[in-house]
Design a protein around this ligand. Structure first.
Ligand SMILES: [Mn+2]
Length: 357
């Protein structure tokens, strides 16, 4: 396991590479070209500059999160060929620069969804939270406007204003896209990029849907062990893998997180490790990373990753906002640094006790 932190680039992130460099045990960043809209080719010069900037701070680019998929590919419209060709070109450019872990998701319209970006906890920290009743009582346009106005001026990943300005049109374009069709479109995409991934050794790591059930009547296909295994089998090659995201899969308490990890040896290419606190059906809030603060057993999650021989990048995920930090919701420095240290501590203990047995 190689510990990393997500970093949105010097123009978009409140956290600096120098700060990340000072978190003991963090080897690199998971980053992106945040300003390039989904569907456009990433120029190799921009990739090289990004890499040089990160390496100048004595960190590595351990992977990309995300190269986003254009809606035409998810919808499966006639224009998808051009967008797939563009995606392949981006993968080639990344591969030529030696960047080989690529996270992406296949969620229609909305990326991750939360109903509160700064829910106050009893200790004065704030967290992202979700309540299905709020989503059920609101239309998508209002939901989008509210989410963006609560983001304190930060542009959040997956919530690009240009794309979501046309929410009604987007929703219309998805109206004939059933769960089966979305799955078929994912398989079509994976088969199309497979030769390029195999040439450059690129590992594609699909991110689970968050929350792990349909929202606003849109289909979701990466929500459980069975559905993930179905995608892995449909294109049964090592390049086709998963971003194991504890927080996303764990939104559904029925998902056995260590069990999901253990079912996917060799196919987990990236791990997002965090905790949530469940408050009943469809209601949860994010928490500190510690097992004692939420509903997940983080020891069992890290142990399962260790046991399957996971060697990819991992990162702490959404942190609480603590110590008056002002940052993109979920992506402050302080709580993620605490999370990274905690996960590394668990890992060291698991590794040493294994080596001594
Ligand atoms: Mn995640």
């Amino acid at each position: 396991m190689h510990m990393s932190l997500r970093w949105f680039g010097s123009k978009h992130d409140t956290v600096t590479l120098q700060q990340i460099r000072q978190i003991a045990g963090v080897e690199g960043v998971i980053t992106t070209l945040y300003d390039i809209p989904a569907g456009e080719v990433w120029p190799i010069e921009r990739i090289r500059e990004l890499k040089q900037e990160v390496e100048a701070s004595d960190l590595k680019v351990l992977g990309i999160e995300s190269v986003n998929i254009h809606d035409a590919i998810k919808i499966g419209g006639p224009d998808r060929e051009q967008y797939i060709a563009n995606y392949i070109k981006t993968l080639e450019n990344l591969g030529k620069e030696g960047i080989t872990t690529v996270c992406y998701n296949f969620m229609p319209v909305f990326d991750w969804t939360r109903t509160d970006l700064a829910k106050m906890r009893s200790d004065g920290s704030t967290v992202l939270a979700y309540d299905q009743k709020v989503v059920d009582g609101i239309d998508p346009q209002t939901f989008f406007d509210q989410t963006n106005s609560n983001a304190q001026g930060f542009e959040m990943p997956g919530w690009e204003p240009e794309r979501l300005a046309k929410i009604k049109e987007l929703l219309d374009a998805y109206k004939d896209v059933s769960e089966e069709k979305l799955f078929d479109n994912l398989v079509y995409f994976l088969k199309a990029i497979q030769p390029t991934c195999e040439t450059y050794g690129i590992k594609m790591a699909i991110h689970p849907d968050d929350p792990a059930w349909p929202v606003f009547g849109l289909p979701r296909i990466i929500t459980s062990k069975e559905k993930i295994l179905k995608v892995m089998k449909a294109v049964d090659a090592p390049f086709n893998g998963l971003t194991f995201c504890a927080g996303s899969l764990g939104t559904n308490p029925k998902n056995d997180l260590p069990g999901i990890i253990r079912s996917l040896p060799g196919r987990i290419h990236f791990a997002h490790i965090r905790n949530l606190h469940h408050f009943g059906e469809g209601v949860f809030e994010e928490a500190a990373h510690l097992s004692s603060d939420g509903s997940f057993d983080l020891y069992e999650i890290v142990k399962a990753l260790y046991d399957i021989g996971f060697e990819g990048p991992a990162r702490p995920d959404h942190g609480r906002m603590i110590w008056q930090e002002v940052a993109m919701p979920g992506y402050g420095l302080y709580d993620r640094a605490l999370g990274a240290s905690y996960i590394l501590g668990l890992y060291e203990a698991i590794q040493k006790s294994d080596q001594r047995n």
